[in-house]
Each structure stands twice: as C-alpha cells, then as structure tokens.
Design a protein around this ligand. Structure first.
Ligand SMILES: [Mg+2]
Ligand SMILES: [Zn+2]
Length: 186
C-alpha cells in the first residue's frame, strides 16, 4: 500500500506499548484470559506488516520486580497478545521497578534502542506508539519518533508535551505510514 520498500524510506519499524495501547490495561496482569485487545488493534498492526514494516512491542512490567506477577505469567500473557494480534517481530520487556535505575524502563530509551538494534534499523527510522508520556519520552530519548494515543489515564501535560498525538490507533498508524513518510532522514 505504502511505498516503503526503498531502503531509505521512513520509517522501518513501528513499536507499540502494550498495556493501554494495544490491549486494555489490566494492572500487573498475569492471566492470559484477561487479555482484551483494544478496538482496532489487530487491524492497526496488520497495516504496519502489510506496509513492509517490522512490528514490535516494548513494555514496562514492574509487577515482576514487585513480586506481583511472575516472569512466566507475563510470558503467558505476551503469548496470548501475540495469538490475538498476530506475529510480533521483536519484544522487549522491562521487569524492573522504578527505583532500580535500569536502562530499559520507559522513559529510558533502552528497550527502543535494543529493539532497533535487533531489527537492524537505525532508531531514527523507528516510531513508537504509546498511551503515556513515558512512551513518547523513551522514543525521543532514543532518537526515534513517538506518537501518543491518549486514554482516560493520560495526563493533560503529557498530551501537551507530545510531539505527535493521534485520536486512536488507526490514526496513529496513518501518521506513522503516511504523514511522516516524507521525513526521510538525510
Ligand atoms: Mg501503556
Ligand atoms: Zn528495566
């Protein structure tokens, strides 16, 4: 659909936050049966694949560090996300707590940089779609582009600070695939 086949075309990958972005946020969820995709999520991810771009998920899961959920439970939830929403090219998960000082918990850029490296694409050709300020801050810190899709929990100052804001996932993917398409980096 989109002329993204050229190696210089922009972007090359779209990363998504998990909770509150592509699945309904169930805090510290360890139960695959509670996975509920956000309306339009499966179609949005498929449009990214159909455009020839990689799809990834970068997710903070501090419930692991807090002892509220096991790594195995989170893995089972992630498997269910993939079963419901289709294949994901790259997953990056931060199991740490906010005070741990790790390089991966958003808004730190670690997961975005690591996902880009894993996909073999420069961070400048990565878009990250998420629902809170930490998502778009992580994108910015990595040299990627963040698109905010606010929900009822998104704070007004996070919306005001975002580079790009979309009304829903479909609009965010529109932005990623078309509106930004001419921003080919030098
Ligand atoms: Mg979220
Ligand atoms: Zn971490």
């Amino acid at each position: 659909m989109q002329a993204n086949a050229s190696p210089s075309a922009w972007p090359a990958a779209v990363l998504f936050d998990r909770d509150g972005t592509i699945v309904v946020d169930v805090p510290y969820n360890g139960d695959p049966s509670l996975v509920e995709p956000v309306a339009g999520a499966a179609a949005a991810l498929q449009r990214v694949r159909d455009a020839g771009l990689a799809v990834g998920i970068v997710t903070n899961q501090s419930g692991i560090a807090r002892g509220l959920v096991s790594a195995e439970q989170v893995a089972a939830v992630n498997a269910e996300v993939e079963r419901r929403l289709g294949p994901i090219d790259v997953w990056r998960l931060c199991p740490h707590a906010p005070g741990d000082g790790c390089p991966c918990r958003k808004p730190a850029p670690g997961m975005v940089l690591d996902a880009a490296r894993s996909l073999g694409v420069p961070p400048a050709r990565v878009v990250l779609i998420g629902d809170i300020g930490a998502d778009v801050e992580a994108a910015r810190a990595a040299g990627a582009t963040g698109i905010l899709v606010p929900t009822s929990v998104t704070r007004p100052e996070e919306i005001a600070a975002a580079q790009l804001v979309a009304g829903d996932l479909a609009e965010a993917v529109d932005l990623a695939l078309t509106a930004l398409d001419d921003r080919v980096p030098a």
